[in-house]
Design a binder for this molecule. Sequence first.
Ligand SMILES: C[S@@+](CC[C@H](N)C(=O)[O-])C[C@H]1O[C@@H](n2cnc3c(N)ncnc32)[C@H](O)[C@@H]1O
Length: 272
Amino acid sequence: MSDQHEKSAEIIKSCCTKFYENDLVSLVLGENFHPGGEELTLYLGEKLRLDENSLVLDVACGSGTSAITLAKRFGCHVVGIDLSEKNLAKARVKANAARLSQQLNFVKSDAENITFEHETFDVVMSECALCTFPDMKAAVNEMHRVLKKGGKIGITDVTIEDEIPNNLKEVIYHVICIAGALSAPGYQKILSERGFIDVHFEDHSYAIREIIERIGKLALSLDIIEKFCECDLAESLGINFERANNILKRGFEELEKGTFRYGLFTGIRGEN
Ligand SMILES: C[S@@+](CC[C@H](N)C(=O)[O-])C[C@H]1O[C@@H](n2cnc3c(N)ncnc32)[C@H](O)[C@@H]1O
């Protein structure tokens, strides 16, 4: 990688990390920073056939919600890695509070350079994060490397199936950091090329619809609060409600058209 590329990759990673550390983002998204919430995480856990013998790696674990949910439901051990010290610290506090510290470990590590030995994990999973990595192929290589032969991979992510209109591009590329999202066949190709077999895709786009609706309701309630208390909430939060509503409306229309989707990918690490 050239120096210039390396520099811009570091900027993308740091922007993404800061965005998902922001308290306003936590307010909007809640504990889960991915569409589908706990329900989709548990469904993924079922698909990956987790049990108390599974050692799982959660790549880009955020504040640890998925890792904790899986440890609680399936009795598995989960290592969560992320670049955000702030979210990792939150994850450790939540694991302690849930009395699950014995099953959970949160470590700072870059998805593109995972600090674990070859063939360490039975399962590698990652929710709504692959599309944010500047070098997605490097991340998939690393997931493959740390997974035992015959181990399972489970990924949920945004897919972009068609050209995104310009006014949505800015938000999608620079605000929610999903510049690298591929089409569903694009992700399947990367996984297959790296040696994953039995690669399957399932559509879970309803999960994005739910998030857009939730953000819409939140924007509306902030708008009502602002009118009620005659305060300039928008300015103090740095939000332009009208613009936010327009973006949400466009997002909804593009989702209905199938321009982007939310998908679940599973596969098995082959012998190579
Ligand atoms: C959309 S959030 C998803 C978090 C979590 N998987 C969840 O579903 O709640 C994306 C996460 O990726 C992390 N991240 C971004 N680039 C990363 C990288 N190169 N390595 C590890 N984590 C990274 C961010 O800090 C953030 O926590």
